[in-house]
Design a protein around this ligand. Sequence first.
Ligand SMILES: *[C@@H]1O[C@H](CO)[C@@H](O)[C@H](O)[C@H]1NC(C)=O
Ligand SMILES: *[C@@H]1O[C@H](CO)[C@@H](O)[C@H](O)[C@H]1NC(C)=O
Length: 355
Amino acid sequence: MPKERPLRRGAALRLCLLSAALFLCLQLGMRRSWCPEGKAAAPAPAPAPERAAPSAPRPAAAAGRRRVTYVRSSRRGSAERGCCPPQPPGGRRGKAIRWHIDLQPWASPTPSLNYEALRFLKYISTSQISCEHMNLNSLTGHPEATKKPWSVCLDERFSLIHRIRNKQCRLYSLGLGNDDNQFEVNMANSGCEVHRFDPSIKSAHIQEGRHLWYHRLSIDWRDPNPAIAARKLHSNTKKLGTILNEFGHQKIDVLKADVESAEWKILENLILEDVVEQIGQLVFEVHIHWPGFEVSGNDSTVVRYWYSLLRELELKDFKLFHTYKDLSKPQMFLKKEAFNASSCYTLSWVNTRWK
Ligand SMILES: *[C@@H]1O[C@H](CO)[C@@H](O)[C@H](O)[C@H]1NC(C)=O
Ligand SMILES: *[C@@H]1O[C@H](CO)[C@@H](O)[C@H](O)[C@H]1NC(C)=O
């Protein structure tokens, strides 16, 4: 009997230390999630994902990610799972978490919509690199033109054409129903593995032909709040990095997005989490008739933000090789008819660092 006392005291001490440690961790976790630097309306992006090292087993990575998300959004019952996730060996550790993109200086000494708009519109109308072969139809032997100029660069100096020939290529396509999928079908016919993410389809996964999959998922710039997910609301919404991890994909040869103004925040998320580095070419429809989902600030601030996002892409060696102004859409710029701009442009970039 007397022996039991020191034992108990030991256990009590350990419990005490453990609680103190947990408390500390929770504090740290909470401080992180309260960090509204930069754009006030922007949700703090999740900490840099625990991206699996090429050899690491995926489930572990997925679990790590879940843990991290959990700490950020819930204080109760999360301690044991959420606290200080172990650092995986190797991988992309040590990278500072980025919470917001770097804003470019204003286009003029005093902020003015006129100068911001001219700089931005010039930027999205100017190719930075030439691409000679952009016609996918020549590959598949289907001469009819696609309705929209979803252009990919098939020049020999970039890897896409080689990966198409070797049947190694992969297209992710983000959309919101109702647009034509000729581009996806063409890519699938040329041997690419095509994943179309569209929240409006009827079942969770549909396979059409040998290479074309539809997934009832929508891509967001944050993972759903666990509280919402638990109640099965919007639980089919995920970040692209999360989907890559869950599908076990390291690379996307082409990412196509037509997401009705969610593209700005999605692009920001891909840049902040370095997911763009896993992507070979981007084909985005960008919308400029309003700021876009969760983009805030006065007009000049919004345009400067758009411009800064694209400059970040350029810093990551994405070069614009095709730009298309859609004259069939309303010719609007931030709710006004101005600057001879269209509300909608389709832009294609190639990642010149990508192999
Ligand atoms: C817009 O907001 C920015 C930052 O808050 C400010 O510096 C700028 O003067 C404003 N621009 C205009 C045209 O009101
Ligand atoms: C306006 O845009 C159209 C289509 O891009 C172009 O043809 C036209 O020259 C532009 N007009 C002016 C005044 O810049």
